[in-house]
Structure formats: C-alpha cells, structure tokens
Design a protein around this ligand. Sequence first.
Ligand code: BMA
Length: 332
Amino acid sequence: MDKLKIIGEPLPDMPWEDRPADCKEVLWRYSKNPVIPRDIIPTSNSVFNSAVVPFKGGYAGVFRCDDTNRRMRLHVGFSADAIHWNISETKLEFECEDEEIGKFVYAYDPRVCFIEDRYYITWCNGYHGPTIGVAYTFDFETFHQLENAYLPFNRNGVMFPRKINGNFAMLSRPSDNGHTPFGDIFYSESPDMCFWGKHRHVMAPAPFEVSAWQCLKVGAGPIPIETSEGWLLIYHGVLQSCNGYVYSFGAALLDLDQPWKIKYRTGPYLLSPQKDYECVGDVPNVTFPCAALHDPESDRIAIYYGCADTVTGLAFGHISEIIEFTKKNSIV
Ligand code: BMA
C-alpha cells in the first residue's frame, strides 16, 4: 500500500499503552479497564456507550449514564487525560426552540462529532419510540437541540466529520421499538442539519456461514476516520446465541466520495466480549464502541466501548494495522 495518509488533528497526548508482548491481536485492552466505573456519579447505575472528543487542550465527553431508576440519561464530562473523568451529577439539558421536539423522554448511545466550527451530538432520542436526536454545542455547557433526523424507529446515528458532496452526512440504522432482531446501516445527507435525504444502503448483516458475529444486525460505532484508503468505520455486529444477543465489533473501509460503497469489511471481529466486565453486567456479552480518539502522526487509535451495558472500556490499536487486517480479511 502507498504511504497511508490519516486525516485529523494531532493528538500526541491521547491515552495510550503499547501492545503487550504476548498479544497477537489487532486491538488490545487498556490494562486498567474498565476506564469508567458504573458508579462514577452517585446516581448512576451504569456508564457505557459514551462519546469523548478532544476539547480545549483536554477532553470533553457526553456519557450515557443510566440512573438508579434505570432511566437512560446523558451527562457531560471533562478530563485532562481522557482517562480520569469528571462527570456532571446533573443530566444534560438541551435547549430547543420547539417545545415538542425539546420534550425529554430518554436519551442514549451518544456520538459527538466536530464539524467546521462546532460539536454535533447525535443520540438515540425518545420521540414516539427511538429515533436520532441532533444537537450542537460550542462549549459543552449550552446544547442547542435541532429537529430529529429521521422518523422513528432508528438508532446509531453517526455523523461524518466533514461535508460530503456539499452536504452533512450521517450513518444510521433503522430499527423497531424493541430489541430489534434485524438491522442494516444506511447513509443519509442533509444540506442544513434539518432535512435528511439521499438515503443509501451501506451494509447488511453478513451471512451466518461467512461471519457469524455480525449475522443478526450491524450498526455504526465511532465517527468514521478519513484515510487515503477510505473512511475507516468501526462498527458493531450482533450474533444471536441460545443465551441472547452477543455484541462484537469490526472494521470497514468506505469509499471517500460515495461512503455507501464498502471497499473492505472484516470477516473476523476486532474485539468480542471475553473479559469478565464485558460478559457480566446488566446486559451480558456486549462490547459496543461509540467513540475513538486518534493521532494521525503516531498512527494510534483509542476506542471507547460500552461493556455489558454497565461500564466503559478502552482498547488501543494502530490504524495502519486495522486497515491492513481489514483488507486482508475482507468478506466484501
Ligand atoms: C442496543 C442498544 C445499546 C445496547 C445494546 C445491548 O439495542 O440499546 O444501547 O448496548 O442494545 O443491550
């Protein structure tokens, strides 16, 4: 491969640990996982499926904190090192010009994406069932809520970090009102972050006999990373075992100009629930990535993933190795 080019701001101080000597995997886990415990704030039952970004020389995040009523809430947090987090004890409140849209029902699985001059937050928003809520902030203090992107039911709204074909672009996964035993990833564009269209199919679950970990449903994970090999998308896939759903994750490379076209897609998973904290919790056997930090210069990536719907884990890797692995083991 020609010299790989990775787009993004330098992040030399991002969280990092070298690959352990005995590790042969593409990704390896942070030795002090889970990086965020379930009870980091007094009222949280669990903190998982959360989004972190570089912010003002440190880091900010929007965290899924289910409370001890087991209600799904978002909370803002800040950190100097992206490992030790100070998470607000009060839930994130959106400001919204339209009362009907701004009426809070529930919020979960946030993603945060910096585009041009602000941070956009997308999340699974309760509006007659789950759909994709959208908001923006400049400072992680005031959040302006916009129209929901889609009709219900939808989950896993993940924005691209720049406009594509002159439009904002988002991946999502139409779903049902329950635990959705199906799910494909779709791509949509918007000229104004209000009206979404140009919907294109991106990815279906894989056939069981080809790649079983992703044979029931798939959904986009962190914000895609732009590289000279295409958009690097980390996505989750689900297998249905006799014991329930199992959530693992893999990678795909999407065409830069037509991101609904998949160039490569991993057959083997990159990470699956194997550690106790990934297998035991409120929902066993879930590894669910929602954010990644990366440093183009050092080729490093740190992936934040929810573990068993209870705590947050961190895994490390090299972008070039993930790309090489994806191309070598592609099922496309
Ligand atoms: C999905 C979402 C995620 C969750 C996963 C496993 O449908 O609700 O938030 O991590 O199920 O329970």
